[in-house]
Design a protein around this ligand. Structure first.
Ligand code: FAD
Length: 426
């Protein structure tokens, strides 16, 4: 049996794919779907998120984006969703979503599947529009566009007027933009809810308790390794020790397993030697009677970065800060002010909207921003952590890697996120 420690989008996706393949699995988490996955905006945007130093991440992101349509369709089926989770694409700037055809993308993006309906997981593939506010922002965007074109990525440069034609609510001061037509997005809260429902229907046990430590070899002693407190630095892992939630029902004190998969996001370093640190992100959800935007809009306002993600039900997500403050999850006036200040410059109408929700989440960051996926070097312990700002995008690929469901070119991707690249793990 496999035990998955952590029930965020990463752990739940792995558990679901394992259960679907017939493998016995148990998930351990005191508060499933409450971590970074609850905060996330849900952009599936490997193209518009590309940076000059992160080409491995681009390859991983493109591969995972291709997997999203079938992942969503199968998840919707297993979760028993009545709405359709298939891919939808907009008919125009403010148009309704309509079914897409079946043509694959020449660039290897999402292509198109699905037969309509914006509910289900709210998976949409209407692209991301990156816009520039000041002259300096436009120069930076132009430079990035040249780099993207060199990489052969599907992007279109747009004037300010063309941007407003696509998104009429953009401010007149927007100077230009870059459309990544194959980027997509999904509602991560719907995805984790669907994953929990699917696991329930597949009778996967969900133990609501914190894993306090990893059990090592049969009698608890360490064979061929050393231990620092509860953290494994050698030996064989044979299960997890559990800590009951205060006042909650008594869980078993331990669970034995053939394999433990550590998927505890930003908290993974509490259980094993992994170079994962929390990177705080504050984000807000606004409620709008009419959708203000028809696609994801990202922008820089005098060097400061903000994005707006529309949901099918009219909600508009505005995010997100990036703060290195340890395990601090306070929502601050300064954080929200910065988000609203920049969002208003790009889309003035946001100030009219009702605030539905503000939250801060902790992204699990790694030294090279690439996740850590695969065998840890300690027998019995696999890692699926460190997804930083792309865990929603990378969930289908991560699950496929952990189930061993990759072939050909995709198989090579495992090397990019191998734990072996960090000395402290191998
Ligand atoms: P989490 O969702 O944090 O889950 C970890 C789980 O482990 C938690 O449920 C926790 O309770 C549990 N846990 C911790 N310790 C223990 C323990 N000892 N025992 C048992 N369980 C434990 N990604 C994208 O792809 N697109 C986006 O647009 C995007 N936007 C984001 C916006 C914000 C503001 C933030 C914060 C993140 C965003 N991300 C985005 C990143 C994404 O949210 C993360 O990469 C992803 O959620 C990581 O998933 P996870 O399952 O590893 O971690």
């Amino acid at each position: 049996m496999d035990v998955i420690v952590g029930g965020g989008i990463v752990g739940l996706s792995i558990a679901w794919r394992l259960a679907r393949s017939g493998r016995p699995v148990t998930v351990v988490d005191p508060a499933p779907a409450s971590g970074a996955s609850y905060a996330a905006a849900g952009m599936l945007a490997p193209v518009s998120e590309v940076t000059y130093t992160e080409t491995p991440l681009l390859r991983l992101g493109m591969a995972s984006l291709r997997r999203w349509p079938s992942f969503a369709a199968e998840l919707a089926e297993d979760a028993g969703l009545t709405g359709n989770a298939g891919l939808t694409r907009n008919s125009g700037p403010t148009g309704d979503a309509e079914p897409t055809g079946d043509a694959g993308s020449p660039h290897g993006g999402l292509g198109a599947i699905g037969d309509g309906a914006r509910l289900g997981l709210d998976l949409r593939a209407d692209g991301t529009l990156d816009v520039a506010f000041g002259a300096d922002d436009l120069a930076t965007l132009d430079e990035l566009a040249t780099y993207m074109e060199k990489l052969g990525l599907p992007v279109e440069r747009l004037t300010g007027r063309e941007c407003r034609r696509l998104e009429p609510m953009l401010a007149p001061s927007v100077r230009g933009g870059l459309l990544a037509p194959e980027d997509a997005w999904v509602d991560p809260r719907r995805v984790t809810a669907a994953l929990l429902a699917a696991l329930d229907r597949l009778h996967v046990p969900l133990v609501r308790a914190r894993a306090a430590g990893l059990l090592r070899d049969r009698d608890g002693s360490v064979a061929g390794g050393s231990v620092a407190g509860d953290r494994v630095v050698g030996g064989r892992v044979v299960g997890v020790r559990l800590e009951p939630p205060p006042g909650g029902p008594e869980p078993p004190s331990e669970i034995r397993a053939e394999r433990v998969v550590l998927a505890a996001g930003a908290w993974s370093g509490e259980l094993a030697e992994v170079p994962v640190r929390p990177i705080k992100g504050q984000i807000m959800r606004l409620r709008s009677p009419q959708p203000l935007l028809s696609r994801c809009v990202r922008g820089t306002v005098h060097g400061s970065y903000v994005y707006l993600v529309p949901r099918g039900d009219g909600e508009l997500v505005v995010g997100a800060t990036q703060e290195e403050l340890g395990f601090d999850t306070r929502v601050t006036a300064g954080g929200l002010y910065e988000l609203l200040r920049d969002a208003r410059e790009l889309v003035p109408g946001v100030t009219e909207l009702e605030v539905a929700d503000v939250v801060a989440g902790l992204r699990p960051g790694t030294p090279d921003n690439v996740p850590i996926i695969g065998p840890s070097g300690t027998p019995g312990l696999d890692l699926a952590t460190g997804h930083y700002r792309g865990g929603v995008l990378l969930a289908p690929l991560t699950a496929a890697l952990m189930v061993g469901d990759l072939g050909g070119e995709e198989g090579e991707l495992a090397a990019l996120c191998s734990p072996g690249r960090f000395q402290e793990i191998s």
